[in-house]
Design a protein around this ligand. Sequence first.
Ligand code: CU
Length: 155
Amino acid sequence: MNIETFEKAFLALGGVLLGACLAALLFASVVMGIQLPGRAGEVDPEQLATTPPFDQPGVRQVDANKYEIVVIGRAFNFEPEEIRVPVGADLTFIATSQDVLHGFNIEKTRVNMMLIPGQISRTVYTFDEPGEYLIICHEYCGVGHHTMGGKVIVE
Ligand SMILES: [Cu+2]
């Protein structure tokens, strides 16, 4: 085979892969309904102490098997640091940052949000297994970043 034939083959392969990825993306968004998390709202980071729901961080039961968990990230802790929830419950995490950019990641789950000052991040999750799950800040936020963590206790 000469070099032009190789080039054409790789160009064709690239085109096919591009088409396959586009098809997978369309399938995921249209058929499976998977969307990127959107903006869940805005909040003044300096008024968190007086702005619901951030005036009362923690776990709140909103229905028989439904809980809201309100979290504030700040240098260098999460409030609350310990979250207790029942196994199998529908959980909605509502979080923001009080100062700089933080991350909110619960190990072994797909709960992974950016905490952005001024913006509200929201995600839903259900724990199927009881246990302790580590929460980590995965966005470098300053000298105490490595100490910034917490845990979810699923019982
Ligand atoms: Cu951090």
